[in-house]
Ligand binder design. Structure first.
Ligand SMILES: [Ca+2]
Ligand SMILES: [Ca+2]
Length: 157
């Protein structure tokens, strides 16, 4: 098991800095090469690593990337993660500044699912059963016009 795990990492050409608890539970932060792959697929230079159990504060501003939704002039931040086993994860995006909208993309930059208001109030929540792989959370606003302000995105299981 351990050997095959290491071999599969070598096969993928991934370089891990060392073992940590995330590796053992099958949910780990994306490596730099993972994040670069997502950035290329999404057409956005900045993809921030997020791990299971982590909550990150961010803000949408005019200098952020545009989402790949036709005719959508809003802005988006991306958060990347890799899971090494199948699992059910929940993504929450909360904001008191704007109407949160969250989407999940696969490693090819294709949208898997999205949510507007399944959290509290206008907050967004996605719960998905995911296969092992590389994913990007899009922290977005709900409307096709720009909406700026602070938010929090959280990945949990
Ligand atoms: Ca931002
Ligand atoms: Ca919403």
């Amino acid at each position: 098991m351990r050997i095959s795990f290491i071999l599969s990492l070598l096969f993928l050409g991934l370089v891990y800095s060392g073992c940590n608890s995330d590796d053992l539970t099958g949910g780990g932060t994306g490596t730099p090469s993972d994040l670069q792959a997502l950035a290329t697929a999404l057409g956005c230079p900045t993809v921030v690593a997020i791990s299971i159990g982590q909550s990150i504060n961010g803000s949408l501003t005019s200098s952020d990337c545009s989402p790949p939704f036709t005719g959508d002039q809003s802005k988006v931040d991306y958060y990347g993660f890799r899971i090494t086993q199948n699992m059910t994860l929940t993504i929450d995006q909360t904001s008191s500044d704007f109407d949160a909208f969250v989407a999940l993309f696969d490693s090819n930059g294709n949208v898997i699912d999205s949510d507007d208001d399944s959290g509290s109030g206008l907050d967004a929540r996605l719960t998905l059963s995911l296969n092992a792989g590389l994913y990007a959370i899009a922290a977005n606003s709900a409307f096709a016009t720009p909406d700026f302000g602070d938010y929090t995105v959280e990945l949990s299981n």
